[in-house]
Design a protein around this ligand. Sequence first.
Ligand SMILES: *Cc1c(COP(=O)(O)O)cnc(C)c1O
Length: 329
Amino acid sequence: MEGTEMAWVTGSGLAAITSALLHEVNAGDHIVASMTTYGGTFAFMANYLKKFNVNTTFVNMQNLDAVKKALAEHPNTKVVYTETMNNPLLRIANVPELAKMAHAAGAKLIVDNTFTPMIFSPCRLGADITVYSMTKYINGTNDCVAGAICGSAEYINSLIDVNNGTCMLLGPVLDPMRSASINKNLHTLHIRMKKHSENAMYLAKRFKEVGFKYNYPGLPEHPDHELFCSMMNEGYGFGGMISIDMGTADKASRIMEVMQKKGVGYLAVSLGYFKTLFSNSGKSTSSEVPEDIQKEMGMSEGLIRFSMGLDNDIEATFQLIKESVDECK
Ligand SMILES: *Cc1c(COP(=O)(O)O)cnc(C)c1O
C-alpha cells in the first residue's frame, strides 16, 4: 500500500506517532510541525516533549515559505511533521515539496496519512515515514484501537531494536489477535475507500446545489484541489471527509442532534466507520488546539465535519441532512 520496505503495528495511532517522533529526536532537538495536527499529536509536541527540551515550531503547512523560515531559524530540526489531509479544513500538504525542504535541512519528513489511506502514499511522494491510526479507515469497523509506522527496513529495524528501539522499549505493541482481525478488514480497504469517496463527492455536489457552505477537496473550488490531483493514486476518489459550516456552535449542535435522531449516522468524533459520523470540530477533535490557533487555521465554530459512511442510497442521506438543517433554521 505504501511502497515502503517495512511497517510496524502499534497499540494505537497515537502510539505510532509518539514512538516515531521520540525515536527521531534527542534532547535539545527541534521539530517543525503543522499547526493543524490531530489534537493528541499537537499536545504531545506542544507540552509533553518539552520535558526533554525538544521544542516545536508550529507553522501553517500551506505556507511553504513559513516552513523554510522555521527550518532556517532552527538548524537543530530533526523532523518536519504534517498530516496529508488536515482536520477539519481538509487542506492538503504538499508532500513532495515538504520532503525536499526537510531533506535539504537534514531532517526527516513524517506524515500522518490516517484520513487518506490508498488515496495517497506519502512515502512514494518523498516522505521518510508514514504513520497511521488504524482505528479509523484501515480497520473500518470502529471496534479496535491500533496504529502503524511505515518506512525503510533500516528504520523499522532500528525502531524495534531490543537495546535502543522506541517501539521495543516503550512497549506500544499491538495484540496479535487484534492484528489478525485488522488484517482481514484491510483486504476490503480499497473498495471501502472508493465508496466513502463516492458518497462524499455526491454530497458535496448536492450541498453546492442547495447553497450550503461546504468544504470538499474533490471539487475544483477547494484551494488544494489541483495539489490533491497531482499527488493522488488514481481510482480511490477524494476521500470520505466533508464539512459544512453552520455559522455557530449552537446551531451545529442542534443540527447534529436532529441528524442523529433521523438516522443519518452518529454524533461521534471518530472517522472511517461504515456508518456516517459527524462532530463539531472546534468543540471535539480540535479542542486541544488553542482558540487563537483555531482562528488562524480559519476554523469556524459552526463547522460540522462528516466522515461519510458506506450508505447505499446517498440521495436519501442527503435528504435527511437537508431536512435536519431546515428544521434548525
Ligand atoms: C484518531 C487519530 C489519531 C490517533 O489515533 P488513535 O488510534 O485514536 O490513537 C492520530 N491522527 C489522526 C489524524 C487521527 O484521526
